[in-house]
Design a binder for this molecule. Structure first.
Ligand SMILES: *Cc1c(COP(=O)(O)O)cnc(C)c1O
Length: 716
């Protein structure tokens, strides 16, 4: 039982009071995100009041408090529905009752997984993209494997921004208040029943943070929040926004997450077996650990530092030096000077974050600190590890490149979260009882051979039709709300076709993702969109508010919207989030990723698409460089090229060549029953080769087996 359990019990009891007797089991279900990956979980909540479910963004606490009593009464009067509720509640209770996995961690000494963002569900807006969703998938998989883990993060009051595109193609940002009193989370209280708080010295203020708990299956996620009247207006703002552009506020966030996170765990009485620092944002926690080690043992600086290293492991996600932000001496000391004092010495504090500790002119950063403070370091794909070893070699003077101790654990995705609708039903039926627990075993996926081609194809078509339905609804509304001409809005309503080859490109829009390649050769794009066998393209993604280049790419794409073949064949879905991602990866036939190599650390959206029977057409970078085998999708050369413009034109041409000469013909090569046999064969290959390797089961087992256990620093 993890701290905060009593607070959860109280919140559940309060929610139950407003529910009809026979729906009361749903109150506990609502306070544990485990429902969102139970086969019947989302459908049970949706069945109560489908429209309200959508309006609450899939937030079960809001659904159960805001639904009209008469509607709740109707659901409680439906014996079959009440039966489903009972079965769901029983399933989740049984899941909680399983024994914990033995090994390096135990419920008394769990893994503490620390990250700046967590993508658990669209209704909990504390994530922006790949990093957060990976973190959420790790918590969910730890729960499934019964690996004792707690999460540590921040509760951003207004989360990440929402996106709107105006009629000229410009991105606008707005922020919405997340209101924790309506989220399925509870404020953790201390033994006296008062809100538990910790203090963090930032600038010249002592900022107080309270702690919220959100349950992700068996893993409690503790979130710090400084929006308290005890703090100054600046102190309250610290945990307001995810990836805030203001550098001082960013440093303050790192202090709350790192130092505040370690202090919160201690105040909660949790003594982690391992601190997993996932990306550098939480690295300042090592100074609190250092202070604790020195206070406990009276150890000197070096001995205490060694003790800290035994407890910390680090995962790096950023293959570009620029992505690893650094801060000047003045910036660091102004914001974090009193945290530096925890280290005992401000010069040592600054030095720990430099590439060359002795060079006092160098800025300091969280990534270098995390590398230095960890006994194990991993990158997130094989290729990324090579890049990371070269990048961090200067931190290991005297070591050859292949001796730099950075290994890799390639990312994976949580299958029951990302596998949707008809495809999930099919795999549940054919892969055997409990297959998700064996998802990392290639033998599990051999049974994909038993699924008839017509069945696989029917599931693909059903998922695509669902997606097209969503695109029609959303795109029409987007165009009308932007003030686009009526014929253009009408084209969204009538132009998209559930039978047409559907290609997806959706992710955070950083320039290295090269969305602009799709608009680089407009004539070739128009020819495919409007050809004899037309295709349709679906885009989505947000550019960071401060990334003017990425916003400009979106604007250039929108400049093509009035071309004749575009209006009913190309859609840009605003405000990309986990809900939209889930529908896109389930519905698209082909998933495209065009990073500039070697800048894609891993990429995970393609893995989600694979699980749903989508085929990849991507640059051989990140995960795809180790996944592609010539028969399970399509590849674009992944070599590094210093001439970016030449590379862009070459890759754009390759993309259109593959679409024109391979992808489109294969999609239309049908047998007498209308089934594209060779396409379906490729789907099988993709499922069988990628399913076992890029699921979170394989990933978290690797962390538990290779990264978390203590021992000598391992060689790559
Ligand atoms: C999976 C996912 C991502 C990550 O996509 P990449 O392929 O890693 O770029 C980003 N955003 C959302 C909403 C996702 O679901």
């Amino acid at each position: 039982m993890f701290p905060g359990e009593r607070d959860i019990d109280r919140a559940v009891a309060e929610l139950q009071e407003g529910l009809p007797e026979r729906l009361r089991p749903l109150a506990r279900v609502a306070y544990d995100y485990r429902w969102c990956w139970a086969a019947d979980g989302p459908a049970v909540f949706a069945a109560i009041d489908p429209e309200r479910w959508v309006r609450t963004g899939g937030n079960p606490r809001r659904l159960l408090t805001e639904t009209h009593r008469a509607t709740l009464g109707r659901a409680a009067g439906d014996a079959r529905f009440v039966d489903r509720v009972a079965r769901l509640a029983d399933e989740l209770a049984a899941d909680r009752a399983r024994p914990w996995l033995g090994g390096v961690a135990s419920p008394d000494r769990p893994i503490a997984f620390c990250c700046a963002e967590f993508g658990v569900h669209a209704s909990l807006p504390i994530y922006s993209g790949g990093l957060g969703i990976l973190a959420g998938d790790i918590l969910k998989e730890a729960s499934d494997l019964a690996l004792p883990m707690v999460g540590v993060g921040l509760l951003y009051r207004t989360g990440y921004f929402h996106q709107r595109i105006d009629v000229s193609g410009l991105q606008h940002e707005y922020w919405l208040d997340a209101d924790p009193d309506r989220l399925p989370c509870v404020r953790v209280s201390d033994v006296a029943g008062r809100p538990l708080t910790v203090e963090v010295p930032i600038n010249d203020e002592t900022v107080t943070a309270q702690v919220w708990r959100v349950d992700v299956g068996r893993v409690p996620l503790y979130l710090l929040d400084t929006d308290l009247s005890a703090n100054s207006a600046v102190g309250r703002w610290v945990t307001s926004r995810l990836y805030e552009s203001n550098r001082t506020i960013r440093l303050a966030q790192y202090a709350v997450l790192g130092v505040g996170g370690v202090r919160a765990l201690r105040a909660l009485g949790i003594e982690p077996a391992v601190y997993h620092v996932n990306e550098g944002h939480a690295a300042l926690g090592v100074f609190e650990l250092l202070a604790q080690a020195r206070a406990a043992g009276g150890a000197g600086y070096d001995a205490a530092w060694q003790r800290v290293r035994e407890q910390v492991v680090f995962t790096t996600h950023t293959p570009v030096p620029a992505g690893n932000e650094t801060y000047s001496r003045d910036e660091v000391l102004a914001a974090l000077g009193r945290i530096a004092d925890l280290a005992g010495d401000r010069e040592q504090f600054l030095a720990a974050g430099r590439i060359d500790p002795a060079n006092t002119g160098q800025p300091s950063g969280m990534s270098a600190l995390a590398v230095r403070a960890s006994r194990r370091i991993n990158a997130v794909s094989r290729r990324h590890a090579e890049v990371a070893r070269a990048m961090w070699q200067p931190l290991f003077p005297g070591r050859a490149l292949d001796e730099v101790p950075i290994t890799h654990v390639t990312n994976g995705v949580h299958a029951p979260t990302w596998l949707r609708g008809p495809m999930r039903e099919l795999l549940d039926r054919y892969l055997g009882e409990g297959w998700l627990g064996r998802a990392d075993d290639p033998a599990t996926w051999e049974r994909v051979n038993d699924i008839p081609a017509a069945g696989l194809w029917a599931a693909r078509c059903a998922a695509r039709a669902e997606l097209v339905d969503m695109i029609v609804q959303r795109s029409t509304a987007h165009r009308l709300s932007r003030g686009d001409p009526m014929d253009y809005a009408e084209a969204a309503r009538t132009g998209f076709d559930p039978g047409r080859l559907t290609i997806g490109f959706a992710r955070r829009l950083a320039t290295y993702k090269r969305l602009h390649l799709l608009a680089l050769l407009p004539e070739r794009a128009f020819a495919l969109l409007g050809g004899e066998r037309p295709i349709q393209f679906i885009f989505a993604g947000k550019a960071h508010p401060a990334d003017a280049d990425a916003k400009e790419i979106v604007r250039q794409l929108f400049a093509l919207k009035r071309a004749p073949s575009v209006a009913g064949r190309v859609a840009f879905l605003e405000d990309y989030d986990m809900a939209i991602a889930g529908q896109l990866v389930a519905g698209c036939d082909v998933w495209v990723n065009l990073p500039r190599p070697p800048l894609e650390a891993s990429g995970t959206s393609g893995m989600k698409s694979c699980l749903n029977g989508g085929l990849q057409l991507s640059v051989l970078d990140g995960w795809w460089a180790e996944a592609w085998d010539g028969s399970n999708g399509w590849a674009i050369n992944g070599d590094v090229d210093g001439d970016h413009q030449a590379q862009d034109y070459r890759d754009a041409n390759t993309l259109f060549d593959l679409l024109q000469h391979e992808v489109i013909p294969l999609f239309h090569e049908r047998d007498a029953d209308g089934v594209p046999q060779r396409w379906v064969a490729m789907m099988r290959r993709s499922l069988q080769t990628n399913g076992p390797r890029f699921c979170a089961t394989r990933m978290v087992r690797e962390y538990a087996g290779r990264i978390y256990p203590n021992g000598a620093m391992q060689q790559p």
